[in-house]
Design a protein around this ligand. Structure first.
Ligand SMILES: [Zn+2]
Length: 447
C-alpha cells in the first residue's frame, strides 16, 4: 500500500523518465499485440489484412504499423457474431462483469465483458486518479450514480474500497435524498458528472441547505462529460460545494479512466502513460499532430485482458502538452483543457464551426444561468439558425435584459461574429440530467 504522505499511487511508474517510459510501453505493446494475435480472431484478421505481425514491433514508433480499430468494427463484429463477437480473448463464461456504453448519442450500445483481473485493474486506474487528487483512506466518498449497466463510476467505487474509504452508494436515491445523506454522513468527497454536481448544488440551494456551511465536502470528482475541465464550470461547482473540483475521463471501451487531474491542477489531466498509449492524430489523415495542436485521441490500453483495445479511434478531440507543464513530478503528459469535445460534435452554422463545449464554456461564465440548451434549425430550407435557450435562477430573472445582450455578444465574438439567437426559457422549462447531459438539439433535416 502506498504511504499516506506520498502524492503518487505508483511512484515508480508515474515518475519514470520518458525514455524508460517509452521502453516500458514498447514491451507492453508487443506483449498485447501477441496476445491479441493468438487469442482474438478479430484482431488476427485485422493484422493479417494489414500485413503486420507482432515481431515487427521493435521500437515505440512501430505502433504506427498497426491498423486502427473503430467503434464500427466492434459493433459490426458483435452484430455478426452475437453477443460479444470474436473480439474477446476468453470464453464469455470467464467474465465477472457485463457493461454497456451509455448510448447517449442514440447509437447502438457496445457490449463489454471483464474478467476478475480486468476488474481489479479497472479499480487500480481509478486509484491513480483518486490518490493523485488527494483522496485518502479516512475519506467518506459519496457516489451520485445510478449503478446500472453503464460502467460510469463502478470502477471508482471499487477503487475507494481498495483505498479503504467509507463508500456511500446512492443507486436509487432522489437528488434530495442524496444531498441530505451527503450532509448527514459528512461525505468528504462527492463523485458525479459535472452536470449533476451542478444540479445537486442548485437543488441544495432550493432546499435551504448551504453545502459550504452544512456539509464537509472537500473534493468533487467529476467524470463523463468534457465540461469537467471547463474553468467556469469548475468554479461554479467549487463555489456551490466549497471543495476542489477535479476532472477525470475514461470510456466504456477502456472500462476505466485514462486521464486524471493531480492536485496541482496545471490546466488539464495527466495521461496514465504506463497503462495507456495515447496518440493524438489528425482525424482526416491519421498523421500525428505535434504538442499543442488539436487532434483525435487514439488509445491503446494495456490493462483489459478480455478485450484488447489497440489503436482505437475515440473521436475525442484533445490537445496534448508536455508533462513539464506540471510541477508534481509525474512524467505522464497532459491534455490541456481535458477532453475538448468530439470530432463529430462540430456543427457548421453558416460557414462557422461551432463546438458545444465552447458554447458551454461561454454560457457558464454567467453564474445567474441555471440551465441552457442549444437548438439548431433550418429556416425556409436554407438559412441555419443557432439558438441558445437560457434558464435563469428563479431569483435572477431581472438580469435578463443585460445578460442576454452580453451573452449574445460573447458568443458572436468567439465565433467569427456568427449571430446566436439568445432566448429566455421559463423556470423549470429545460430538461435536467443525471448522467451525461444532452443539451444540443440539431433539428435540421438530415441530408
Ligand atoms: Zn501534475
Amino acid at each position: 500500500m502506498t504511504p499516506n504522505w506520498s502524492p503518487y499511487w505508483n511512484e515508480k511508474h508515474e515518475t519514470l523518465q520518458k525514455d524508460q517510459l517509452r521502453a516500458l510501453q514498447t514491451i507492453k505493446l508487443r506483449r498485447l499485440v501477441e496476445h491479441a494475435w493468438h487469442c482474438s480472431p478479430f484482431h488476427r484478421r485485422l493484422y493479417e489484412r494489414a500485413g503486420v505481425t507482432p515481431d515487427q514491433l521493435r521500437g515505440f514508433d512501430d505502433i504506427r504499423r498497426l491498423p486502427f480499430m473503430t467503434r464500427e468494427d466492434w459493433l459490426g463484429n458483435q452484430a455478426e457474431k452475437p453477443l460479444f463477437g470474436d473480439l474477446i480473448t476468453r470464453p464469455a463464461s470467464e467474465a465477472i462483469r457485463y457493461h454497456l456504453t451509455s448510448g447517449t448519442s442514440g447509437k447502438q450500445p457496445l457490449r463489454v465483458l471483464d474478467g476478475r483481473k480486468d476488474w481489479s485493474w479497472i479499480a487500480d486506474m481509478w486509484c491513480y486518479g483518486f490518490w493523485g487528487f488527494g483522496i485518502r483512506p479516512a475519506d467518506t466518498v459519496f457516489f451520485a450514480f445510478s449503478y446500472g449497466s453503464f460502467i460510469g463510476f463502478w470502477g471508482a467505487h471499487y477503487c475507494c474500497e481498495k483505498l479503504g474509504c467509507l463508500v456511500l452508494a446512492s443507486g436509487n436515491m432522489t437528488t434530495e435524498q442524496r444531498i441530505k445523506q451527503i450532509v448527514e454522513l459528512g461525505a468528504t468527497v462527492v463523485c458525479a458528472t459535472p452536470t449533476y454536481a451542478l444540479r445537486m448544488g442548485q437543488t441544495a440551494e432550493k432546499l435551504g441547505i448551504d453545502l459550504r456551511r452544512d456539509g464537509k465536502v472537500q473534493k468533487v470528482i467529476v467524470s463523463g462529460e468534457p465540461a469537467g475541465s471547463i474553468p467556469a464550470v469548475k468554479k461554479m461547482i467549487e463555489d456551490m460545494w466549497g471543495g476542489k473540483c477535479g476532472d477525470t475521463a475514461g470510456m466504456t471501451e477502456i472500462g476505466t479512466i485514462m486521464i486524471f487531474e493531480c492536485d496541482h491542477q496545471p490546466g488539464g489531466p495527466h495521461i496514465i502513460e504506463d497503462h495507456f498509449i495515447e496518440e493524438v492524430l489528425d482525424p482526416e489523415t491519421g498523421a500525428p499532430v505535434p504538442y499543442g495542436e488539436r487532434g483525435e485521441r487514439v488509445v491503446t490500453s494495456f490493462g483489459r485482458g478480455f478485450i484488447p483495445l489497440i489503436r482505437y479511434r475515440t473521436r475525442d478531440l484533445v490537445c496534448k502538452v508536455p508533462h513539464s507543464r506540471c510541477r508534481c513530478g509525474r512524467t505522464g503528459d497532459i491534455y490541456d483543457g481535458g477532453i475538448l469535445g468530439r470530432v463529430d460534435d462540430m456543427k457548421l452554422i453558416r460557414g462557422t464551426n461551432v463546438y458545444p463545449r465552447a458554447v458551454e464554456s461561454i454560457v457558464r461564465e454567467f453564474k445567474e444561468v441555471e440551465e441552457f440548451q442549444i437548438v439548431i434549425t433550418r429556416e425556409a430550407s436554407v438559412q441555419d439558425e443557432i439558438t441558445v435557450k437560457v434558464e435563469l435562477k428563479p431569483d435572477q430573472q431581472h438580469i435578463w435584459p443585460q445578460l442576454s445582450v452580453r451573452l449574445g455578444k460573447d458568443l458572436a465574438d468567439a465565433h467569427e461574429g456568427l449571430r446566436f439567437n439568445v432566448l429566455l426559457a421559463a423556470v423549470g422549462e429545460l430538461p435536467r440530467f443525471e448522467l451525461k447531459a444532452k443539451r444540443l438539439q440539431d433539428l435540421r433535416p438530415a441530408n
